[in-house]
Design a protein around this ligand. Sequence first.
Ligand SMILES: N[C@@H](CCC(=O)N[C@@H](CS)C(=O)NCC(=O)O)C(=O)O
Length: 254
Amino acid sequence: MRLHCAPVLLQALSLELARQVVRAPPGLHGESVLFQPLTISSRPSRRLFHAMKLHEAATAPNCRRVRIFLAEKGIEVPIVPVDLGNAENRQEPFRQKNPLGRVPVLELDDGTFIAESVAICRYFEQLQPEPVLMGGSDPEEAARIEMWQRRMEMEIALPIMQVFRNTHPYFAKLIEQYPDYGEGQRSHATKRLEWLDRELADREFVAGDEYSIADITAQIGIDFGRVTRFKVTEETPNLLRWRQAVSARPSAKA
Ligand SMILES: N[C@@H](CCC(=O)N[C@@H](CS)C(=O)NCC(=O)O)C(=O)O
């Protein structure tokens, strides 16, 4: 029993202490929170997050998703660059962090690794709920945001990334490419962008009237599409208006 309980209690304690630490005004609305060596004065032996690191690559869209998310929350995490061009992510010791060899990976101070960009965002959403980006305690809101987050992931960002992976010379020496599949994903993504334009006709943001992770996922996918000649033009005016709005947010620079 103890064996099972101990990690759970430790996790709960960490979460509570983390909440105490990060309950500062978010950066876009005030001071940012820097996850640096922390000493909680009444308990100097407990130092949380002193080694938290985000292993990531500046040009990778899934990494940018996390950076934008953190910028919106006003959270800063020390970054460890991973050299994708030289396939650092495909070699040891990176594979010990993520056997799939993908970035981003969040390294917690106890040596735990969290891969998958949305899982990393979820971690920070729970540490610092405000501003709400993944749905608060309202089940309907959370489900709606999740629905749109998944749609933006599966129908917009992923197809655009597959065009790059399967047709761009960058990946030619790194993976086996399927150019026909890549081109198929281009026409799929193009149709889905037209669909998203129609969806945005009657609301400000992807999941409703509030900005959320669904906007971030669409943004990183569509922005990344520039590399493979995706353009947002007057032909999709609602999408253009939305894109200008998310691009004007300070987090877009992340
Ligand atoms: N589902 C993963 C996908 C991660 C992913 O595909 N990362 C890309 C960068 S955006 C990567 O590591 N590419 C390097 C490679 O495949 O060699 C997530 O959301 O984090």
